[in-house]
Ligand binder design. Structure first.
Ligand SMILES: Nc1ncnc2c1ncn2[C@@H]1O[C@H](COP(=O)(O)OP(=O)(O)OP(=O)(O)O)[C@@H](O)[C@H]1O
Length: 255
């Protein structure tokens, strides 16, 4: 199958008070892949991710989604195009049930986000669909539970279900396994693999065993620039990448 680019950055740069956090980054994410953005601390991953997901505006450069320039669109507009950044735990509605949380994702997707006044019966029609997403992430049996009472790992699964409810073509995940214990890391990794079928995923991730097990392509950043790109095997053998991680994460690369 030929590679189709779903997301492309050209000459992306971001300066903070004269400091170049991201410098002239060119990046392509191919449709149907799981793509990781990695690099040592302070490499510019988060800034780059925020630029790509339109949380911040670049100093220069362009971002294209499905060949359409999106550099000057708002995150809500790009979400409607099919590029959705995962809801963070802080964005889950803790007093609402899991089902209600996923329903909010469905409402956003349908452009009903502000219509909380809609009749309960009208919203109930969304329940069947919401349940399907909860099933996909293994939370269907807890649908009526309050989100606040979920263990941390399950909250991450709920975030994924809510994100999926927005029907993303491209999902942007910001450190999806951060703060999870070993078992939860494995479960969330499997979950990402499962929900990535038929979609594209771009994620910032530190955990090299997660990256090696599910990512098709890895972009390594250092000092605001792209240092290397390729499969995990390729980049993890690259002497420049190894040198960049020296003293910080040698043990992570030595798998
Ligand atoms: N809002 C900001 N104002 C000033 N400097 C910033 C800002 N955001 C990031 N930086 C700087 O830009 C550089 C890159 O930061 P960024 O958070 O993108 O790196 P990172 O690779 O995500 O690092 P980490 O893995 O530690 O999260 C750092 O030196 C950081 O201090």
């Amino acid at each position: 199958m030929p590679n189709t680019t779903i997301l492309r950055a050209e000459g992306l740069s971001k300066q903070f008070y004269g400091f170049a956090a991201v410098q002239n980054v060119n990046l392509q994410v191919n449709e149907g892949t799981i793509h990781a953005l990695v690099g040592p601390n302070g490499a510019g991953k988060t800034t780059c991710f925020n630029l790509l997901s339109k949380f911040i505006t670049p100093t220069s450069g362009e971002v294209y989604f499905q060949n359409q320039p999106i550099t000057h669109l708002q995150p809500a507009d790009i979400a409607r195009l099919g590029m959705v950044r995962s809801f963070q735990i802080s964005a889950t509605f803790s007093q609402m049930t899991l089902l209600e949380n996923v329903r909010v994702g469905l409402q956003r997707q349908a452009g009903l986000a502000t219509q909380f006044w809609r009749s309960t019966r009208a919203l109930d029609r969304l329940n069947d669909e919401a349940m399907q997403f909860l099933e996909l992430v293994g939370l269907a049996s807890q649908a009526r539970r309050a989100a606040a009472s979920l263990p941390y790992g399950h909250k991450r699964a709920l975030e994924l279900a809510t994100t999926l409810a927005m029907n993303p073509k491209l999902m942007l995940l910001d450190e999806p396994t951060q703060g999870l214990g070993h078992e939860d890391v494995q479960q969330v990794t499997e979950l990402i693999r499962r929900v990535a079928r038929g979609r594209t995923v771009l994620m910032v991730e530190h955990n090299m065993s997660v990256i090696s097990s599910i990512c098709d392509r890895v972009t390594v950043m250092q000092r605001g620039q792209v240092l290397a790109e390729g499969s995990y095997d390729e980049v993890s053998r690259n002497p420049e990448v190894i040198a960049a991680y020296m003293g910080e994460a040698e043990e992570e690369l030595a798998l």
